[in-house]
Design a protein around this ligand. Structure first.
Ligand SMILES: Cc1cc2nc3c(=O)[nH]c(=O)nc-3n(C[C@H](O)[C@H](O)[C@H](O)COP(=O)(O)OP(=O)(O)OC[C@H]3O[C@@H](n4cnc5c(N)ncnc54)[C@H](O)[C@@H]3O)c2cc1C
Length: 349
């Protein structure tokens, strides 16, 4: 039997960030994941925006999450000598009421801190912007490159099993868990993304998964370095390639791309961009969201051998490094979690 401190299940953003952070603390990890099959991370646009444009409010805990995230991804960039966290100026293309709302909200320092300026997107003949635009500094994480690099880094420090985890092979023991009668760990941490809805141990967590669809487009001569946003976002990837996203569907959780999502995205784009676009790819993922829109982490109330790290929702890139740090404090130093992110909030007292 091989002995570990933890077994971690799932190789999306949650599992990757957590496995890296645990190995940094000297923990001996067995990481079970099968590539990026059905991973929300692999299709995510990877955007970090400290503002919620719909209400023009700060993202929950943005002041803590943003520096933690930037620092985390930049550290991995340095180790891997690859660039995957890209700063980008987000241009929110205004509707007729927006400028007045932005001017009003900018009187609040907690909102003003994120806004660079109000004006017009320069040198863009295709863009319809009669009411101007607001500019915010953000980032986008190339999630595919990030996952690739973190797997390489961790490969030297953890045992990676490239397979699907089978719950029937799990046994709880007095001092932890065994898996396939070959691996023993003090704890097993589930980072299964939205597929956690099928995990019987955590059936009391009110998951509310949201399917999202994205298009990859070729748009010639747009030459935009801005992340344009008006109901949908258009992210420039270089060489006339852009990503257009994204949709939200709580009912259809299949991994099939739909004609209606494609039409919806293209119609919204056409409302502010007047040029020919060519669709070259259409991707689908399901965001692991929770009913109260907060992430979830913690140790099972009845089976202390089992834990969960999940619920990254639509903003996982910004949340994961901070959440991992909080969770490590619980796992390694028994420091209680903030109520808002604690699994215990769903445990009936
Ligand atoms: C269209 C779309 C756009 C998005 N855009 C953004 C964005 O711009 N910014 C942002 O921050 N977030 C975005 N997100 C959300 C982001 O993708 C998630 O917050 C985050 O990636 C979730 O990571 P995760 O690891 O929890 O889940 P996942 O990435 O889904 O990973 C879970 C992994 O666990 C594996 N797994 C599950 N069960 C098992 C098992 N039994 N055995 C082995 N492996 C298992 C799955 O195969 C999967 O690889 C977007 C999501 C979608 C769908």
């Amino acid at each position: 039997m091989d002995h570990f401190d933890q077994i971690v299940v799932g190789g999306g953003l949650a599992g990757s960030v957590l496995v890296y952070q645990l190995t940094q603390q000297g923990q001996h990890i067995c990481w079970i994941h099968k590539g990026q099959e059905k991973s929300s991370t692999a299709v995510a646009a990877g955007l970090i925006n400290p503002l919620v444009f719909r209400y023009l409010t700060s993202v929950w805990k943005a002041n803590e999450l943003l520096p933690e995230a930037v620092n985390f991804y930049q550290t991995i960039e340095e180790i891997s000598q690859r660039n995957f966290l890209h700063p980008i100026t987000i241009a929110k293309v205004f509707g007729d009421q927006d400028e007045a709302i932005w001017q009003q909200k900018m009187k609040k320092p907690e909102i003003a801190q994120w806004i660079d300026s109000i004006g017009n997107v320069p040198h863009n003949d295709f863009l319809f912007q009669p009411f101007g635009a607001g500019f915010v500094q953000g980032y986008w994480l190339d999630t595919v490159v990030f996952l690739e690099e973190i797997n390489k880094i961790v490969a030297g420090q953890a045992v990676i099993l490239s397979e699907r985890f089978d719950l029937d092979e799990l046994h709880l023991t007095s001092d932890g868990v065994t898996y396939k009668n070959r691996f023993h760990a003090k704890k097993l941490i589930f980072c299964e993304g939205w597929q956690a809805v099928k995990n019987p141990f955590f059936d009391f967590v009110p998951f509310r998964p949201v399917k999202g669809e994205l298009l990859t487009l070729k748009i010639e001569n747009l030459n935009s370095n801005y992340l344009l946003n008006k109901d949908v976002f258009l992210l420039p990837l270089g060489h006339d390639i852009f990503r257009l996203g994204s949709t939200y569907d709580w009912n259809d959780l299949s991994d099939e791309p739909t004609k209606s999502a494609r039409a919806n995205l293209l119609t919204k784009l056409a409302s502010f961009l007047n040029t020919k676009v060519e669709v070259i790819d259409h991707q689908v993922g399901v965001r692991p969201a929770i009913a109260d829109r907060r992430p979830v982490s913690g140790v099972h109330p009845d089976y202390p051998q089992l834990a969960i790290f999940n619920g990254l929702g639509a903003r996982g890139v910004m949340i994961a490094p901070w959440l991992g740090k909080q969770f490590l404090e619980l796992l390694l130093h028994q420091k209680p979690l903030n109520e808002e992110i604690d699994l215990n909030r769903f445990v009936k007292k």
